[in-house]
Every structure is written in C-alpha cells, then in structure tokens.
Design a protein around this ligand. Structure first.
Ligand SMILES: CC(C)(COP(=O)(O)OP(=O)(O)OC[C@H]1O[C@@H](n2cnc3c(N)ncnc32)[C@H](O)[C@@H]1OP(=O)(O)O)[C@@H](O)C(=O)NCCC(=O)NCCS
Length: 171
C-alpha cells in the first residue's frame, strides 16, 4: 500500500523533529536558535512533508521540510530537504511546488535561492521548476571554498504557472 503524504505548515512545537531531519539531510545546517527564529518569524514560511512514522520515532513522521522568506514580492528559498531514505521519489518536486504555491498565494512575483555549485541534483530540480542561473558567488561556502550558484524564477503570478503541485507524488 502507498504511503499517505501530507504537506503542511510546521510550527515551533515540531522543532525537535526538524533538528533531526536537518542533521540527516544537511549534516547540521542550522542551530536550534536559527530554527526557532525561522519558525517564529512572520516573514518566514515553513512547510513540512509528513508521511512515514516508522522511521526514527523522534521524527514523528516528518520526512521533508522547506522554507522561504517573503521579502517585498520575492520568495527567498532558504531550505529544501528530503529524508535520505525518501530522496529520488518525487518528494523534492512536491515540496518545491508547494513552496511556490504558497509564495503565489501571498502575492510573491519571483523566487530566488542559492545552491552549492556541486549540488547538480538540486540544480536540476530547480531548473525543472523554471529557475535559471543568474550569477555565482565565488567561494561563498566557507567549509570548502565552494561557489554558490544564484538562481531566479519569475512569473509566479502568471496563470499558466499555477500548477506547480501537479507534480504529485505516486509512492
Ligand atoms: C535536493 C533534494 C531536496 C531533492 O529531493 P528529491 O526528493 O530527491 O528530488 P525528486 O525525487 O523530487 O527529484 C526531482 C528531480 O530533481 C533532480 N534530482 C534530484 N536529486 C538528484 C540527484 N541526486 N541526482 C541527479 N538529479 C537529481 C532530477 O532531475 C529529478 O527528476 P527525476 O527523478 O525525474 O530524474 C534532496 O536530494 C535533498 O534533500 N538533498 C540534501 C539536501 C540538499 O542538498 N538540499 C538542497 C539545498 S539547496
């Protein structure tokens, strides 16, 4: 039987699961204080994917999360992560589409993000959603002097773009 998947806003009450998923997806990207700030900031929009409760019990079903900041009419995507066990099954598409849907409903016109130059899988995913590379920050990532690739996508309010979540997950 397929897994029941829900995409929903995440609250600060779920910070324990978020920290565990952060370690699994990113090896510890943000601190608990950074997450607390994100989860309580009115300009920050945090979504989670809930599904498999049989993984680490502390995750309480959380298998993906993503976030963007609403700055004027721009959605700055700051986070996108899927549990390693569930990668390459379409959940990244579902999550990115859901973030863009949310951005659209709060009148954002454009979306932007930054990604490590070596993260070709993520770059491919963003390109599938209409993001284009517009620049590069040389040696932006201090841990390995890696460049950051800056990507943008416009036209969020165009009616033809109101179908991002059509990429449903068929697990
Ligand atoms: C990047 C990430 C969010 C993608 O999530 P996902 O659920 O694996 O992605 P999907 O299954 O929806 O893949 C969608 C498309 O993205 C591309 N893609 C995703 N992962 C890829 C990989 N490892 N290698 C090559 N292409 C990849 C493919 O084009 C894929 O389409 P396809 O499966 O039809 O070929 C996930 O791999 C992840 O959490 N990685 C660790 C954290 C991270 O790097 N986040 C992004 C930081 S900016």
């Amino acid at each position: 039987m397929g897994l029941e998947i829900t995409v929903k806003p995440i609250s600060v009450d779920e910070i324990g699961s978020i920290l565990i998923l952060d370690r699994l997806c990113f090896g510890g990207l943000w601190s608990i204080d950074s997450y607390r700030r994100e989860l309580t900031n009115d300009n920050s929009h945090f979504l989670g994917i809930l599904g498999d409760k049989t993984l680490e019990p502390e995750l309480d079903g959380l298998i993906g999360f993503g976030c963007f900041w609403a700055i004027l009419d721009e959605a700055h995507i700051t986070l996108l992560g899927i549990h390693p066990r569930y990668q390459r099954q379409g959940l990244g598409k579902l999550l990115l589409g859901s973030l863009l849907d949310k951005a659209r409903t709060i009148e954002m016109a454009r979306a932007t993000l930054e990604v490590r130059a070596s993260n070709q899988g993520a770059i491919d995913l963003y390109e599938k959603y209409g993001f284009q590379t517009v620049g590069r920050r040389k040696k932006y990532y201090q841990d390995n002097d890696e460049d950051g690739v800056i990507m943008w996508r416009g036209g969020l309010q165009h009616p033809a773009n109101a179908i991002d979540r059509a990429a449903r997950w068929h697990g």
